[in-house]
Design a binder for this molecule. Structure first.
Ligand code: ATP
Length: 312
């Protein structure tokens, strides 16, 4: 079983409008409200792959209850920890080919909730059914910056691998900490934030960057490059992944789909090539759809064989 973690989930509201009028009333006909947050996107893709998955994280208030209900309705097992604060809404206004987003910050977590969640998490990690943990997204206010390191420490205690997809200070803190995830999946922007300078998509430059001390002891580093595929380091092996060109509809969430592919491949003990293929095919399949965290697996095999993996 795969355990996914979403520490600051949301109800994602989409408002499609022909025209977005400022400073007046806009009426929306087709509203969609879905459970959101990067970890829940990962969860949905894993469910589509028929992997056994349980979603956890922090949840609160009426919107939290709504998320649990909607996940259960689509057959996604979940075991969230309830907090006193309210789970947030995130609004995307789709208008004239643009996407204007209004993102609530979400609840502030109290000290006792922060400690109690670690106990809840440990119980789930300890379960012998749990084989791997995928942690995605930002930390809500109130949790200390090394919170993910604490969670990874718990996974290490039970020898369970972690795929981590976060950015900024919380990722930097993890890289500096003694407890290491098995995989990280930054994009080039996130990599640039980490090392404090611009990063190109040049494989030779990426190879030098990933050899830096900061990345020591992380078994897999997979840098996703959008339409340029990915660059990966697995221990001392380096790979460039080239992907075919596709008809892109909405690439938001492609990184989350990629994380689902990585986690699923590790769960089934795939070799390096198959892991990289699965990760990139799922990223592409997400980009080809309108919905975030949704893939049409009908095109899986066709794309799988078109991916080129080069050993560097
Ligand atoms: P997000 O934050 O929106 O989830 P990301 O920046 O983390 O995305 P990307 O690098 O954009 O992740 O995409 C992940 C993977 O999806 C890529 O490695 C690639 O395999 C696939 N992908 C994304 N966009 C495209 C595209 N335009 N053409 C082909 N493949 C794509």
């Amino acid at each position: 079983m795969i355990l996914t973690v979403t520490m600051n989930p949301s109800v994602d509201i989409s408002y499609p409008l022909e025209k977005f009028n400022l400073d007046t009333v806009n009426r929306v006909v087709e509203v969609s409200k879905t459970p959101g947050g990067k970890g829940l996107n990962v969860t949905r893709v894993l469910k589509q792959l028929n992997d056994e998955v349980v979603a956890t994280g922090l949840i609160g208030g009426a919107l939290g209850t709504d998320i649990q209900k909607k996940l259960s309705e689509i057959g996604i097992k979940n075991d969230f920890f309830e907090i006193s604060g309210e789970t947030r809404n995130c609004i995307a206004i789709l208008h004239e080919g643009n996407q204007t987003e209004i993102l609530e910050k979400g609840p502030t977590i109290t000290k006792s909730e922060s400690e109690d969640f670690l106990r809840h998490f440990e119980k789930l990690v300890k379960d012998e059914e749990t084989k791997i943990i995928a942690i995605s997204g930002s930390l809500p206010d109130g949790l200390e910056i090394d919170y993910y390191s604490k969670m990874i420490g718990i996974c290490e205690k039970y020898k369970k691998p972690v795929v981590l997809d976060c950015s900024g200070k919380s990722l930097l803190e993890v890289l500096k900490n003694e407890h290491k995830p098995k995989v990280i999946k930054p994009n080039t922007e996130e990599l640039a934030q980490l090392i404090g300078k611009d990063v190109s998509k040049d494989p030779n430059e990426l190879k030098e960057i990933l050899k830096e001390k900061l990345f020591e002891k992380i078994e897999w580093i997979i840098v996703s490059l959008g339409a340029d595929g990915a660059f990966a380091k697995h221990n001392d092996k380096f790979y460039k992944v080239n992907v075919p060109s596709i008809k892109v509809v909405n690439p938001v969430g492609s990184g989350d789909s990629t994380v689902a592919g990585i986690t699923s491949a590790i769960h089934e003990n795939a070799n390096d090539e198959d892991l990289l293929r699965k990760a990139n095919v799922l990223g592409m399949l997400n980009a080809m759809e309108n919905l975030t965290g949704f893939v049409n697996l009908k095109n899986y095999e066709e794309l799988f064989i078109k991916i080129e993996i080069i050993n560097l």
